[in-house]
Ligand binder design. Structure first.
Ligand code: HPA
Ligand code: MOS
Length: 755
């Protein structure tokens, strides 16, 4: 198994991030001036004291923008710098540029601004009532829900809310822009989407895309938070660099990053679920109120993915799901691992939990009876390609003896008064592909150098997930040479153009397929040269560990010698591979199609232990059976499962994004926003591979792994609910995540059912 190529650099502190790039002489430092009220007209701003402050070179405002003051990625509703109004706390108004970061920050306090405050909306349901939507609602339907409800034995309705989530990547947003000769500008950006930065810089500066070069070596974490949200900061650095003709660096302080940058969308939802007497779910109707914040950002795409994951791993023949993207006076909400999918899954799991509690059966019984099977149709028309939902469910019971685990918990609970345990099962089914079909393409540029070494570039951005390691494995395998001979270059828009962001778990699939296509082309040419040298047919030539031979003449030709020979024969040793996922399509008029290359499945079992005096709990044990396909790097992939699980548990249990009614984020630092640490990690995590063949559309049949395991964390919520109810069976807590220790304590002592 190949280790992550970045491990030793990270460990030694030698890996280079944007803020580590050696600064050019004359580099200036930019700090954004951010709005301090959530909705207001700007009556006046006076920058004169700030401009005269020590070390300050300039203060840039909307008036300094030569092109369009517009950075919206999907909808043109977002200015780079506020003009006469602000719409959320943290909205950038101006950029202070100084000789040092410290001097720029000092000048922030010298800006005199006067606001006229306007009405503030923070709650999505309120926004919907007032008609404050970011874009029109969408509805996905299958079968006939109303008719199906009429035939159901059981029908239940309820609400489910899930909170937002701060990405808390270790590296904050960072960019470094260098004005070169003529109109050329080069930008180092900590972005998942170099092309988005390139395109937006061109638009704001009034340049063409070919004037702008964006380069990314790696990110210190992203999780979706740098898919769209990195752009603004890169554009600001570029704007200042171009005006002042000096290199400009902009690295956000943690406090600014937390206040100003987008997070996972909070959702409020209403559901209605209907089951027949055999506990088959026959009908499900749901309305989602997505809190979109003040501007659209990626909300339309995230809302769409919510609608794809309405039913999680279950087959429900009649569904109707409507989603509203509600415009509020909070910072934009954005991509976060799972991209609207987790929010949908929390609602269906809540609906199942409510049904189980009302009927008086185990939640897992309803879950198991409704798992999706091969050839069942998802509500958007695609047919299910495997029985992996059921297989992962069965395997977890079998390999981990879940029946005995549950019996042990029941026994423990009957012997213990103030300490209770709880458990849950959490199946997950997640679709792989950007749901916007044009984004499902990628390119790779491969060079074989005269000395036999190989260098290549793709559109994939390394953010700790190990994509570069996987891509190098592919190139080494394609040429049958040692990985030491291979180098992956930084991600650069001048080498690989028109890239999709590295997102939607597709980085290795899309870019890897492009790498294989390019390598195979070059290899074909090399096979012909080898055949000539070895006096054989091209088909007979075998590449093994850097040696090229034929069955008849196995007295090898070395890889180096072959490459040198090919070069002397003027054979083309470079190639650009282009890959576009075949088969997928989606029609937004009918909301039907085949949007996903494939699905990833799995099941988690989670147990928690709860101190019923204090409400403090611990996730004890998580067991997972996960569908990796045929993993090409199980070490990296299991690392992704563990990290995603922890992030999911954090979202569901402790990370609480609290805002006041003036739109101010109260949980604006790590002393107020609690993220999982080593002490809150489960005591034990076991991950087993589901033996599956793996689909052709996954790279080497190794399935995408970035996002799907996050949803296993939802299991922690329901395990906790189980523990609460074994202490106080009358307690029916609202479905309101995160289930913090505070809410747990209140739930333990709730006297009777809330409505
Ligand atoms: N995750 C899932 N789907 C997506 C994403 C993402 O980050 N971006 C666009 N579609
Ligand atoms: Mo994403 S939520 O950038 O895969």
């Amino acid at each position: 198994m190949m280790k992550n190529i970045d491990s030793s650099g990270h460990l030694r502190g030698e890996s280079i991030y944007v803020d580590d790039i050696r600064e050019l002489g004359g580099t200036l430092h930019a700090v954004p001036f951010l709005a301090d009220v959530a909705h207001a007209s700007i009556l006046s701003i006076d920058y004169s004291r700030a401009k005269n402050s020590k070390g300050v070179i300039d203060v840039l405002t909307a008036g300094d923008i030569p092109g369009e003051n517009q950075i919206g990625g999907i909808i043109n509703d977002e200015v780079l710098l506020a003009e006469d109004k602000v719409h959320f706390i943290g909205q950038p108004i101006a950029i202070i540029v100084a000789n040092s970061h410290y001097e720029a920050r000092e000048a922030l306090h010298l800006i005199d601004i006067e606001y006229q405050e306007l009405e503030i909306i923070t709650d999505p349901r309120t926004a919907k009532e007032k008609g404050s939507l970011l874009f029109p609602a969408r509805t996905f339907k299958s079968g006939d829900v109303d008719k199906a409800f009429a035939d159901c034995e059981y029908v239940f309705s309820g609400k489910a809310d899930s909170g937002g989530q701060e990405h808390l990547y270790i590296e904050t947003h960072a960019s470094y822009a260098i004005q070169l000769e003529r109109d050329n500008i080069k930008i180092y950006s900590s972005t998942q989407g170099p092309t988005a930065v390139q395109k937006t810089v061109a638009q704001v500066l009034g340049l063409s895309m070919n004037d702008v070069e964006v380069d990314v070596t790696r990110l210190g974490g992203a999780f979706g938070g740098k898919e769209d949200q990195a752009t603004a900061w890169a554009v600001m650095a570029a704007l200042a660099a171009r005006k002042l003709r000096k290199p400009v660096k902009l690295v956000l302080d943690r406090a600014d990053d937390i206040i100003a940058s987008g997070k996972r969308h909070p959702y409020s939802s209403d559901f209605k679920i209907g089951l027949d007497k055999n506990l088959k779910i026959k009908a499900y109707k749901v309305t989602y109120y997505q809190n979109g914040g003040a501007v659209a950002d990626l909300s339309p795409a995230i809302l769409e993915r919510t609608l794809f994951h309405v039913a999680n791993s279950y087959f429900i023949p009649n569904t109707e799901a409507t989603a509203y993207s509600c415009k509020t006076n909070l910072h934009p909400f954005t991509a976060f691992r799972g991209f609207g999918g987790p929010q949908a899954m929390f609602v269906i799991e809540s609906a199942i939990a409510l049904s189980a509690e009302m009927i008086g059966v185990e939640r897992s019984l309803i879950q198991e009876k409704n798992l999706i099977r091969k050839n069942d149709r998802f509500h958007y028309g695609q047919s299910c390609d495997s029985n992996n939902a059921i297989k992962s469910w069965d395997k977890i019971y079998e390999k981990f003896d879940i029946i005995s685990e549950i019996q042990r918990i029941r026994k423990f609970n009957s012997d213990s008064v103030f300490i209770k345990k709880g458990f849950s099962l959490m199946p997950v089914c997640f679709g792989i592909s950007f749901t916007k079909t044009p984004m499902t393409q990628a390119r790779a540029m491969v060079h074989v150098y005269q000395d036999g070494s190989v260098g290549f570039s793709t559109g994939a951005v390394e953010m700790g997930q190990g994509v570069n390691t996987k891509l190098m494995q592919l190139a080494a395998k394609a040429f049958s040479i040692d990985i030491q001979r291979i180098k992956i270059e930084s991600t650069n828009t001048s080498r690989v153009a028109n890239t999709s962001p590295t997102a939607a778990s597709t980085g290795a699939d899309l870019n890897g397929k492009a790498v294989l296509i390019a390598c195979r082309e070059i290899r074909k040419r090399l096979e012909e040269v080898a055949a000539e040298v070895l006096e054989a047919d091209a088909g007979e030539v075998a590449f093994v560990d850097g040696e090229i031979s034929t069955i008849r003449k196995n007295r090898g030709l070395s890889w180096e010698k072959l490459v040198e020979t090919a070069f002397l024969k003027r054979v083309k040793l470079s190639e650009i591979g282009h890959y576009a996922t075949p088969l997928i399509h989606f029609d937004k008029n009918t909301e039907r199609g085949h949007p996903f290359a494939y699905h990833v499945y799995g099941t988690a079992y989670t147990s928690v232990v709860l101190d019923c005096v204090s409400g403090v709990y611990k996730v004890e044990d998580v067991k997972i059976v996960h569908d990796f396909g045929n993993s090409m790097n199980i070490g990296i992939d299991k690392g992704q499962v563990e990290g995603a699980l922890m992030q999911g548990i954090g979202w569901m249990t402790m990370e609480e994004l609290k805002y006041d009614d003036r739109g101010r984020l109260l949980a604006d630092s790590l002393s107020k926003y609690k993220v999982p640490d080593i002490f809150s990690a489960p005591e034990k995590v076991d991950i087993l591979e589901l033996e599956t063949e793996g689909p052709e559309l996954a790279i080497l049949k190794s399935k995408a792994v970035g996002e799907p395991p996050l949803m296993y964390g939802i299991g922690a919520y329901f395990a906790l609910r189980d523990a609460v109810r074994s202490f106080n069976p009358a307690s029916k807590p609202d479905f309101d995540a995160p289930f913090t220790a505070e809410k747990t304590l209140l739930a333990l002592y709730a006297v009777r059912n809330k409505k």
